[in-house]
Write a new protein. Structure first.
Length: 279
């Protein structure tokens, strides 16, 4: 479960005590998580940086399987109050996905590209949301995808032995059981050039960059680096990662969080966070 999440203009994490903390743009309500309790995982709606994007939402999974959400709700993406028996959540642009204990997937929000057409999915353990596509990881290591496939970001039907997935604006990444990584989709900035990666324990997909956590606690990143979101080479002792539109987060083994990249709204001002929940 994700203890750390990065959106378009904000960052969020859950603490060891079950609270949520957030940094960044607040006027849309996406950082209004102070009253949440019993949180075990978080998700942040992300979208590519553009003049017509920015509004977002935040989702929190409670220990009892219920879900909380706050922020932009024009498409009903925050109407999660009736959900129960949820074991994993993810958030994309204008939508929210939840995995139930029985492996079925719930979806709320915009479905203009078919990104919420997940009612037929089964035996799913985790999901990821891109801007216009959704990805599901099955318990047998296969991967499902729905939504916009203009750049091949949904061409994942041949993937196997996958243990984690991530979705960016127009690309998808998968972590294999052997520590290698696969990717599909738009690659103009090199965000899918992961074929030589190994010893990877976690992956995250930002809008146009891809991040990997290695077995030795170091981090590597590839793709768009215009906002220095890939400048993570010096990070050490990392146990979890997250990638947003133009920034990257890393959770250290002492419960503190590092950040790199775009910070015009304070989304990287996470230095004061303490006792973040370990994954």
């Amino acid at each position: 479960m994700a203890v750390l999440a990065a959106g378009r203009r904000h960052s969020v994490a859950c603490t060891a005590e079950g609270r949520a903390v957030a940094a960044g743009y607040r006027r849309g309500g996406e950082c209004a998580v102070d009253e949440w309790t019993d949180i075990v995982a978080v998700a942040a709606g992300n979208v590519h940086t553009a003049t017509n994007t920015g509004r977002s939402h935040t989702v929190g999974l409670r220990a009892d399987g219920s879900v909380a959400a706050t922020g932009w709700n024009e498409h009903g993406q925050c109407d999660v109050d009736i959900w129960s028996d949820v074991v994993a959540v993810s958030a994309g642009w204008r939508r929210t996905l939840g995995v139930r204990g029985d492996g079925a997937v719930l979806a709320l929000g915009s479905n203009e590209e078919g990104q919420c057409d997940v009612e037929g999915w089964s035996d799913v353990s985790a999901t990821a949301c891109g801007d216009w596509h959704s990805v599901g990881l099955r318990r047998d290591g296969a991967v499902l995808a729905a939504g916009n496939n203009r750049y091949g970001q949904c061409d994942v039907e041949g993937w196997s032995d996958v243990v984690a997935v991530g979705a960016g604006c127009l690309h998808t990444v998968g972590l294999r059981e052997d520590g290698t990584v696969v990717a599909a989709g738009w690659n103009r900035l090199g965000q899918c050039d992961v074929e030589d990666w190994s010893r990877v324990t976690a992956v995250a997909a930002g809008s146009r960059h891809t991040v990997a956590l290695l077995t030795d606690g170091t981090v590597r990143a590839i793709g768009d680096n215009r906002d220095k979101q890939c400048n993570v080479q010096s990070w050490r002792r990392i146990v979890a990662i997250a990638a947003g539109s133009g920034h990257t987060l890393g959770l250290r083994d002492d419960g503190r969080v590092l950040a790199a990249g775009r910070n015009e709204y304070g989304q990287c001002d996470v230095g004061s966070w303490r006792a973040i929940r370990m994954p």
